[in-house]
Design a protein around this ligand. Structure first.
Ligand SMILES: Cc1cc2nc3c(=O)[nH]c(=O)nc-3n(C[C@H](O)[C@H](O)[C@H](O)COP(=O)(O)OP(=O)(O)OC[C@H]3O[C@@H](n4cnc5c(N)ncnc54)[C@H](O)[C@@H]3O)c2cc1C
Length: 559
């Protein structure tokens, strides 16, 4: 990615064919799709890339078994096809995980789940209408291009315990086993943005769009404020795309009909993270009943156990949603019951809450039941707003948006994103690490950056101080903080701890003090030319940023 200074120079006062507002997964997708069809594109992000909902998801690339219950079949099918595509396009970043729905000694296996999983399998087939033999032949011929998960199956007591040893006290009778995929949501955004830049898009974070400019009644660009200087700039554009997620109804051109923009009905989802010594789901994920017919997930993620999510209407501050005490209690109660443990808020290694950009339709249903379908709106001024949807369906949302641009301009420019690899895969064995950088670090770098991990390791080779872990015992390297500032426009400690790495939610208690954040601030200082005083000040700002995100509920409770 260009440095912020170079990006600002390239954008301010210039003219583009498309300006995208919002640097979450949707905006990143639109930038990639439009740039790869030949449009000149600028993207502006108010805060940091993925700082909205796109860093606060359950990190699943999935069809969503739950949406089958609501008969949202189109959405499930669409998402399952995207899931397969993502594994092909970003094999280092999107990976299948076995999911278990266990039953216990006294229970019978729930047949309804089996029926649902059968549908899930059928809907995941990209070659509908082809026989199994044809599919097998296609797989053999085209092995690298075609990924599909194994069908679901039932497994017995022993196999359940092999996958999830911690269920032993519950004496599981067996389980349904099926596959879905996981990722790091922030990395997916940064990777899509990296690809967009390869096709010529220019992007800038810390750039808040404050107005949509209009010329003769048409949206003709945007005015934005650059965060460091507080200065206002303008960028002209033939097309303006609003991809601001839960903030979508705040971006308004002057001339506007009420029905031109969606009304967002925010719903909050909380997650907690636990040490695997306290609660491990082994190598699988578990679906955990959570009362009133609801279920939550317990997922292995970055060496921790990620538990979530809640789903409830939310009327609070959407800029800084926090995990509520009641939500944390609800999640803990569900896992305590299910795994026969007794964990409390003081056992958490991290927590976060995100807000879903659900579209209010005047529908009185609860947020859990409102569709995750994406919607595209067009104002009379020509501004397009794309919101709703899921992390999984970003490519389709982007396609839908850019298809509309192409259609109204009468261009010949088909969508190409189904064939554009997202980053470049690297296996850990392809990477050479200096002494002191362990296997876990190398494997994590290969997952996070793919081939670009070499740039991180080059820094670690050149400067042994950067080969050190950011948090003792965790595999993330200080070189990642340096690379984040150098090529990913990271501007502060929170950008590194909450997003470029996920340490803020994976090791919150170890990062309670400003002192623990100081090495990150020093690595950023060397890249961004900060003084020692500024580095100290930036480290001191971290605990407040962590508190604002609510990542360490035990610390907040202690204050
Ligand atoms: C708890 C939870 C769990 C979820 N789990 C999953 C899951 O497992 N799988 C899945 O597929 N989906 C999941 N989702 C849904 C998914 O995360 C979202 O649909 C997706 O991340 C939305 O992306 P977005 O880019 O539209 O919005 P965002 O990521 O919120 O991006 C919008 C961006 O616009 C920026 N912005 C706002 N105003 C301005 C402005 N004036 N100027 C410039 N920029 C601006 C914001 O800073 C933000 O970065 C989950 C959602 C939640 C809340």
């Amino acid at each position: 990615m260009l440095s912020r200074r170079a990006a600002l120079e390239a954008i301010a006062g210039h003219r583009f064919e498309v300006v995208v507002i919002g640097g979450g997964i949707t905006g990143a997708g639109v930038a990639l799709d439009a740039a790869s069809r030949g449009y000149s594109v600028a993207l502006l992000e108010r805060s940091d890339y993925a700082s909205g909902t796109s860093s606060l998801s359950s990190k699943m690339v999935h069809g969503g078994l739950r949406y089958l219950q609501n008969f949202d079949l189109g959405l499930v099918r669409e998402a399952l096809i995207e899931r397969q595509l993502m594994v092909q396009l970003a094999p280092h970043l999107v990976y299948p995980t076995p999911f278990l729905v266990p039953s216990f000694a006294e229970e019978r296996r729930d047949r309804k789940i089996g029926i649902g999983l059968n549908m899930y399998d059928v809907m995941a087939t990209t070659r509908v209408g082809r026989s199994r033999r044809d599919i097998r032949a296609a797989k053999e011929e085209d092995e690298d291009l075609y990924w599909s998960p194994d069908r679901h199956r039932t497994i017995d007591h022993d196999e359940v315990l092999e996958l999830v040893p911690s269920l032993e006290p519950r004496d599981p009778g067996g389980a349904y086993l099926f596959y879905d995929c996981q990722t790091d949501d922030v990395r997916l955004v940064l990777t899509a943005l990296g690809e967009a830049e390869r096709f010529g898009a220019t992007m800038l974070n810390g750039a808040e769009v404050t107005e949509v400019l209009s010329r003769r009644g048409s949206a003709a660009g945007v005015g934005f404020v650059e965060a460091e200087s507080g200065e206002r700039f303008e960028v002209e554009a033939d097309n303006v795309v609003n991809a601001t997620g839960v903030w979508a109804d705040r971006i308004r051109p002057e001339v506007l009909e009420e029905e031109d923009v969606p009304r967002i009905a925010p719903s909050r989802g909380t997650h907690i993270l636990l040490d695997r010594d306290d609660l491990s789901t082994g190598s699988a994920a578990c679906i955990v009943p959570a009362g009133e017919g609801r279920a939550i997930f317990a997922l292995p993620w970055y060496g921790r156990t990620l538990v979530g999510t809640t789903d409830s209407d939310y009327a609070g501050d959407i800029d800084h949603p926090q995990p509520s005490g009641a939500d944390i209690e609800y999640l803990l109660e569900a896992v305590n019951d299910f795994f026969a443990v007794s964990l409390g808020a003081s056992d958490l290694v991290g927590a976060y809450a995100g807000v879903r950009p659900l579209i209010a339709t005047g529908d009185p249903r609860k947020s859990v039941d409102i569709s995750r379908k994406a919607e595209l709106y067009e104002t009379s001024s020509g501004m397009l707003t794309i919101t709703g949807g899921k992390l999984t369906t970003w490519r389709r949302m982007a396609k839908q948006t850019v298809d509309r641009l192409v259609e109204r301009e009468g261009r010949e420019a088909p969508c190409r994103t189904a064939e554009i690899p997202l980053g470049m895969e690297a296996r850990p064995t392809d990477l050479e690490a200096p002494e002191g950088v362990g296997e876990r670090s190398v494997a994590q770098l290969a997952f996070r950056y793919g081939h670009a991990a070499r740039a991180v390791l080059d820094l670690a080779w050149d400067d042994p101080r950067l080969a050190a872990p950011i948090v003792p015992g965790r595999p993330d390297l200080l070189a990642e903080a340096a690379i984040a500032a150098r090529v990913e426009q990271a501007r502060n400690v929170a950008d590194v701890l909450l997003r470029r790495t996920r340490l803020g939610i994976l090791a919150a208690p170890q990062l309670r003090d400003a002192d623990a954040a100081r090495p990150v601030a020093d690595a950023l200082a060397a890249e961004l030319g900060w003084s020692r005083r500024r580095a100290k000040h930036e480290a001191e700002a971290w605990p407040a940023a962590a508190a604002e995100a609510g990542v360490d509920p035990a610390a907040t409770a202690a204050v």
